[in-house]
Design a protein around this ligand. Structure first.
Ligand SMILES: Cc1cc2nc3c(=O)[nH]c(=O)nc-3n(C[C@H](O)[C@H](O)[C@H](O)COP(=O)(O)O)c2cc1C
Length: 484
């Protein structure tokens, strides 16, 4: 669909509408009979790790021990086509950075739209309270073989409310199951949900939460994106060009998508902690091990009939979130480069194997001495690029930032270790990093892999060995069978 302003918008509605659209694209795999115990996670990794962005979304049903129809969905956003569908962008792209550019352009012109409260919705088909509460009525997976517990929240969206000005944040924060009525909620320092929780706890107050664990993939994508302090509900509404319909949670009063599959309401209480982890982490290690963390006392479960539990375990690259983080985070970095007035940015990509901001490449057309270095420092320090970064690389306009071979070639031929490196110390880190520093900092490296500006200006850098555009065109026309 195209709006009056010319912007494209998602046309599907809700997770079920999204699944129908994905099925039509031929990107939905149905698997019957896989166990919740490491099999679903294992199958997803094996179908995704070498797929280079072509892995299917995987819908598991007939899970042993569970009623038929109680499904799990993995790999929602492991193909560019499905990410484009989710964002309402064109489905085909020549280069990976082209979708980042389209998404970035869409976000730059976005007008957030607040959610619309409605009185009823399919999420109220089942309302479970008091003694009936049991989150293990769903086929909650143990995703990785060395996870000690089952995790109900991975591709989730945790709704929290800022106690000062009342805005609702949605963040994808993992949720371990302790028992049917008690689940975890691991929120890292600096994340919006953590800032909210720290504020409540500083006042000695409990914090209410809703954990959505089966929702429109657009909400999951935004929940796992490094966005500014604007509710993801409002951003999703703006992207759709239509507000998200929400009901009020019976316990929290928080907005819950009316067509959501599963919503868990509860509260965390200051001083109440339980050992959390270990869990196979996004950097590909069982880092961070077990720590005491606040947990959630479950007060209500809402769910649709035949609910779909959405999952996104991470593991050594490439995992099902590699592309998602590549696109969502890169668009935010591009936004920041624009906001800081850095001209001529042609592409940004967070490489899937990094994963994400662990390896960011920026492509630009150098206009002045220091231009490349300026882009590096902004990209590594802005909100979208700062968390847990490691390598930030800037390349020239003739290098495709999304093509690792080309980026590596630039690093090997246009970069002098003596002068083209800057180091950033005591940066915002993650304990998921095997090399995080005491105090939870990390150090990171900025690489200027652009042709030295004076050589570019004087034309003294050697000419690239390449087939010219003119000859390419002639050869395509003359030998069509070779280049179809
Ligand atoms: C599948 C997946 C799982 C994630 N799990 C966590 C987590 O357990 N804790 C956390 O702090 N961030 C986690 N993240 C990252 C956050 O979702 C991300 O940083 C997001 O920007 C947080 O939202 P916020 O900026 O509104 O706080 C996860 C991301 C993905 C894609």
């Amino acid at each position: 669909m195209t709006s009056a302003a010319g912007a494209q918008q998602p046309t599907y509605r809700g997770l079920r509408g999204w699944l129908d659209a994905v099925d039509k694209l031929g990107e939905l795999e149905r698997v019957l009979g896989a166990s919740w115990d490491a099999e679903m996670g294992g199958i997803t990794q094996m179908l995704t790790e070498t797929s280079r962005g072509t892995a299917p979304a995987i819908l598991f049903d007939d899970v042993p021990g569970y009623p038929k129809g109680y499904r799990t969905l993995y790999g929602q956003l492991s193909s560019i086509k499905r990410i484009a569908l989710t964002l309402g962008l064109p489905l085909e792209y020549e280069r990976k950075v082209d979708i980042v550019q389209r998404y970035h352009a869409r976000m730059s012109e976005l007008k957030p739209l607040k959610p619309r409260y409605v009185n009823d919705g399919p999420v109220f088909e089942n309302v479970i309270e008091s003694d009936e509460i049991d989150v293990l009525k769903f086929p909650v997976p143990r995703h990785h073989e060395a996870d000690k517990a089952r995790f109900i929240g991975t591709a989730c969206a945790v709704v929290t409310k800022d106690p000062d000005d009342g805005w609702y944040n949605l963040g994808a924060y993992r949720s371990q199951v302790y028992d049917g009525r008690t689940v975890g909620c691991q929120i890292t320092e600096g994340k919006h949900g953590r800032i909210h929780r720290d504020k409540y706890f500083a006042r000695g107050e409990p914090m209410k939460v809703v954990i959505l664990c089966g929702q429109d993939p657009l909400l999951f994508m935004l929940s796992s994106s490094p966005l500014p302090e604007v509710s993801e509900y409002d951003i999703a509404g703006g992207l759709r060009g239509e507000p998200i319909d929400v009901v009020r949670g019976p316990f929290t009063g928080f907005p819950i998508p009316a067509d959501c599959e599963i919503a868990i309401e509860g509260e965390t209480v200051p001083g109440q902690v339980k050992p959390e982890g270990p869990f196979g982490e996004w950097m590909g290690y069982y880092s961070d091990d077990t720590q005491d963390r606040p947990y959630v006392n479950v007060k209500t479960i809402l769910h649709r009939n035949d609910p779909i539990l959405t999952c996104a375990p991470q593991h050594k690259p490439v995992d099902e979130t590699g592309l998602l983080k590549g696109i969502a985070g890169a668009s935010q970095i591009w936004q920041a480069l624009d906001a800081c007035g850095i001209p001529e940015v042609l592409g940004v990509w967070n490489h899937e194997a990094g994963p994400a901001t662990r390896f960011t490449a920026i492509q630009l057309r150098q206009r002045y001495p220091g231009h490349a270095r300026q882009a590096l420092h902004v990209a590594c320090a802005c909100q979208g690029g700062a968390y847990a970064g490691k390598w930030t690389v800037v390349v020239d306009d003739d290098i495709d930032a999304g093509d690792l071979d080309q980026v590596l070639w630039a690093m090997c031929t246009r970069f002098d270790p003596n002068v083209d490196i800057d180091l950033v110390q005591k940066a915002w880190a993650s304990k998921r990093d095997p090399l995080y520093l005491p105090g939870n900092f990390n150090n990171r490296i900025l690489i200027d892999a652009c042709i030295p500006y004076d050589m570019k200006l004087k034309g003294t850098f050697p000419k690239v060995v390449d087939v010219s555009a003119d000859l390419r065109g002639k050869l395509r026309a003359k030998f069509p069978k070779l280049f179809h």
